[in-house]
Design a protein around this ligand. Structure first.
Ligand code: SF4
Ligand code: SF4
Length: 360
């Protein structure tokens, strides 16, 4: 596996107009100590990254549309040969915003939808009107011929909604639907006991496998469910079926389950480079180092790329190269990012052979 940066989420502001229960950045309208950086600094960062690689850059937040210069940043990135994308909660999208999205060269937009009804979504997003905002944004994107992905986050609170949200994403005409079981960080720590159980997680991923096999129109994938890669291999072997997974042209190619610090990273509003959006450890800061230096020399990134260092069941697992377990979940549950994935129930063959039961 070649460890090149393919996809970078970039938190261009921490400000947000919503206060979602699971939000990793604990966004509020004003975030003390985490101010937005200047437009010039944004251009400098894009110069730095594009001189080294040409990844997909997802302008994210907070809510990126809170920044007045969001389209200047997008346009600058496009001119530098970067594939610019936008992740929004949808509530601020208008006809004018859609025109700006197109004019600035943004390739695809992602929206959040966590329930099939106002009640569920607005409860999850902590904001009346959030559901209408997302649905309205999807309609506007359709009208303006802008491709969009729907990202859906699930906990025990809304897990029954999964098939319904999938159906709604399809009805809204999304190019892709990505299902995500939340990783507890930031404000999400408060809802640790709301996380979907390991057993249900496995059942949901099996449901996804069957759904994905039959889905022809929309691209689907569970985000950050690395053990889905194991389930796909196990199930297709059981069924004697060849299963060609389709991926979005802006994706990382679907080469492995967890790709934190391997193909992807997050740059937060303070300039810290993190392995992914849910991993609260910094590999370096782009105000002090070049992106190239951080990407190539960070000890944290080197650890994540060295699967031999992984511990517990992941360390002994025959699927480690295709899955790898969620390093952020290992960190949040065990305080060790190299520990085994706490939400996978698989017992590796090596453990079975020597009669060591899998820990739970
Ligand atoms: S550590 Fe890996 S699987 Fe977990 S949230 Fe980050 S990218 Fe996703
Ligand atoms: S034990 Fe770890 S590497 Fe193996 S399938 Fe589970 S999460 Fe993946």
């Amino acid at each position: 596996m070649e460890f090149a940066p393919k996809w970078i989420a970039w938190e261009i502001t921490r400000r947000c107009n919503l206060k979602c229960v699971h939000c990793r950045s604990s966004s509020e309208m004003e975030v003390k100590g985490h101010p937005d950086f200047s437009t010039e600094e944004a251009f400098r960062i894009l110069d730095d990254i594009s001189s080294y690689a040409k990844p997909v850059i997802v302008l994210s937040g907070g809510e990126p549309l809170m920044r007045k210069d969001v389209f200047d940043i997008a346009r600058y990135g496009t001119e530098k040969g970067l594939r610019m994308c936008l992740a929004t909660n949808g509530t601020l999208v208008t006809d004018e915003i859609c025109q700006n999205i197109k004019a600035s060269g943004i390739r695809i937009v992602s929206l959040s939808l966590d329930g099939s009804t106002k009640e569920v979504h607005d409860d999850f997003r902590n904001e009346n009107g959030a559901f209408d905002g997302t649905v309205n944004a999807a309609r506007l994107f359709k009208k303006h011929d802008i491709e969009f992905i729907i990202n859906s986050s699930f906990t025990k609170r809304n897990q029954e909604e999964i098939p319904k949200v999938y159906k709604l994403a399809k009805e809204l005409g999304a190019t892709a639907w990505y299902m995500f079981m939340i990783v507890p960080t930031g404000r999400g720590e408060d809802i640790m006991n709301e996380l979907i159980s390991k057993e249900d997680y496995e059942k949901i991923l099996e449901w996804h496998y069957h759904m994905e096999k039959d889905e022809r129109d929309m691209l689907v994938r569970p985000t950050c469910a690395p053990h889905y890669y194991r389930i796909v291999l196990q199930k297709s072997k059981e069924e004697g079926a060849r299963f060609e997974r389709r991926t979005l042209k802006f994706s990382t190619g679907g080469s492995k389950g967890c790709i934190a610090g391997q193909l992807i990273c997050l740059i937060n509003v303070d300039g810290d480079v993190l392995p992914c959006s849910y991993f609260p450890m910094s590999a370096g800061n782009i105000k002090k180092q070049t992106f190239k230096d951080i990407w190539e020399n960070s000890e944290l990134f080197k650890d994540l790329r060295n699967f031999k260092k992984y511990k517990g069941r992941c360390g002994s697992c025959e699927f480690v190269n295709v899955c790898g377990g969620c390093r952020a979940r290992a960190y949040s549950v065990y305080g060790d990012y190299l520990a085994e994935e706490p939400f996978c129930g698989y017992v590796p063959l090596k453990f079975k052979e020597i009669g060591v039961p899998g820990k739970s």
